[in-house]
Design a protein around this ligand. Sequence first.
Ligand code: KG4
Ligand code: ZN
Length: 340
Amino acid sequence: MIILGIETSCDETAISVVDCKGTLESPDFKLLGSALVSQMKLHAEYGGVYPNLAKREHIKNLPIVLEKALDEAKMEMGNIDAVAVTVGPGLEPALWTGINFAEQLGKEWGIPVIPTNHMEGHIASVLTDRSSMKFPALALLISGGHTELVYLKNWTEKEVIGETKDDAVGEAFDKVARMLGLPYPGGPEISALAERARNSEQGTSIKFPRPMIHSKDLNFSFSGLKTAVLYYLRDHPGADKEEVAREFEDSVVEVLLSKTRQAVEKYNPKTLIVGGGVIANKKIRESFEEIFTNLDLRIPEKELTTDNATMIAMAGYLSHLSGRDNEIALKAQGQLKYIS
Ligand code: KG4
Ligand code: ZN
């Protein structure tokens, strides 16, 4: 089955053509072609994503991205068997642009449209290299909009076992970056500063909290950490930004590792998936690779950590195989949850 994936839930307009084969237990994916336009620079001056600007840009970019992706895949309309489109969670005005575009293609080409969950996409993002995986699995999803731990009994039965009570990890990176006068998105900027501090090997007297690290549940909170950074900068004019970045990143790493370790102990998964834009972070990635050595740790290849349409095509295929493609409505659902 050749699936055309469409992703417009936030600030990336992306289309991928993926050759999808195999079963739910052992799917087999091959990326044929893809194109992506990021609006990151446009939104940078707002310090975050501005929904109506995102909508306008998606509408402008979708036809261009479609042509590029089809070109690269050497495909024409007659070759595509289905369209998978993100319907949520995400920004509704942005989601609608992808949905309307998908519906139009579906009609024109006479093929079905598979409404797809963006978070299932992030989970499926690890399936490009070695497709089949052992269950039960645990997924830690860390992005600009989400921070959650998901237990997967199999590809269809999922349960959120922990989530952030306030800010998402990526959001905390972005907000702290802003306090430090760094551009959006802040993750890569902070990461670079923190690494410089680590390389210089000087000690630090800064100690930020590790929010909820001792709570008895698997939930997260990052807004207190963000506030701690704010107060520290207020009380220490001229503070060393590299040191602040390192201590902030260390706090995030410790919390993510601790909660994931607790979840692994409690649920005993065979596979651990870590997906979402924040896993592009070198320190976080290396820490996970160092700690979780006795289960199958799956981290997506770099281009598939941040939002993309390849993961949507793959998730759409799995949802189609499980016969659930009609259980999600084909409309923008900003707060879409997993079906269980
Ligand atoms: O998955 P994603 O592209 O979009 C959402 O679905 O939210 O994630 C974007 C987030 C941003 O908050 C960005 O700051 C963060 O991922 N990010 C990073 C790094 N690269 C991107 N955070 C920490 N370290 C990085 N190297
Ligand atoms: Zn995402």
